[in-house]
Design a protein around this ligand. Sequence first.
Ligand SMILES: *Cc1c(COP(=O)(O)O)cnc(C)c1O
Length: 452
Amino acid sequence: MKEELKVFTDIATALLDDEQVCPVVKPINPNDLFNSLDLNLESEGISSEAFQAILKKLVLASPRTTTKRFFNQLFGGRNNISTLGDLIAVLLNNVMHTYKVSGPMVGVEKVMIEKICSLVGYSDNSGGAMAPGGSMTNLMGIIMGRDHYNKDIRVTGVKKTMVAYTSRESHYSISKNASFVGIGRENVRHVDSDDKGIMIPEALEKQINLDLERGYAPFFVNATAGTTVLGAFDPLEAIGKIAKKYNLWFHVDGAYCGSVIFSDKYKHLVNGSSLADSFTFNGHKMLGTPATCSFIVVKNKQHLYSSFSNDATYLYQMNSDDYNLGKTSLQCGRRNDGLKMWALWKSVGHSGLAEIIDQQFYLAEIARKYISDNEDYTLYSHPDSISVCFNYKNYDPSILTSELYKAGHLMVGHGTFRSDTFIRLVTINYGNTETEILEFFEILESFAESLS
Ligand SMILES: *Cc1c(COP(=O)(O)O)cnc(C)c1O
């Protein structure tokens, strides 16, 4: 392995150097992909020199999501300590189903889950788990909700029309997961949101009553902490009260912005989180760990065991359930996604995590101010969001963003809310400063002028 580590250092150094001068690599057109890189697999192997050269070329041709010019997704930037943690996790390859195989890495997860439970506002009976992504933790939420409605469904399957509620602006995984768990996509109600993309609690209650009148079984409501396009926060207190009144499982999808629980300044955005039966967030979004790093915590950990534990004598041969994390996981073998987050948390402390969150809101404020002070721009976003949505003059946002990428200037995407389509600048890379945000606009403006 020491040889490979040398190769790693060589390729990594080349990448880091090149990122400085070329933060956006021009995209390869999919039609040219197999001509421009040697990706073919042959029956015979190749020399290690040839292999290393091809690998390096592949690395240098790949999109750069960790540089200061990447604003395209709900992640960005590179946290060095967290990356180190993940590299070590790969080297060790502890698979997280049993204590026997993962040892102290179980402690790494448990200590974080305990802290997260207390930040969400849960007490002693709470617990949690990790899964490969927010779509998967949302899946765990809806499964627990389904089994909470009727535990026999695990055995008999769904017999009734069960209905789930989520806002129009919520992530697509809610509907997709409803199809996976036998609820059916058409039994997901997309509740109306207000002008800011925030779910309207009265509309939720009205819809629940309509479904009850039809003889359906409402069982689950999802609230979003940070909607995918506008970054809006649904009102957890109001939704939590309705969930309690109708005995629905209350899940909070905080994949994008649930990490505000770490910031004294912004945790008020998830006031009422303790009412949730389950709460999820992605460390690989706001906290900047490498992908994936997703947590779900539950108010009563018994639900994790009821829905996910399975006996298997070929696997569970030692230690109590409490230390065999496979008993509360979606899958069997699971990557060690905890170490990257623990490494970061251990190194910067809770206050360091809070600074990461606060910096993103600060950068969003700078961007919003620039936009509202400049009459060539239209702003579509609101305070308390790190998704800054806008249009520049009359440029078509989808053309402008794709041309910016093809020319190798910026990676930024576009989004739609109601009838408006706009550029979505996500200020999630906390390594950026005011300078990079102002440069973003400078690049965009001069490029737009060059198009016309
Ligand atoms: C990103 C996101 C998800 C999905 O998370 P993955 O880790 O990409 O699977 C779910 N919900 C919301 C609100 C998101 O922003």
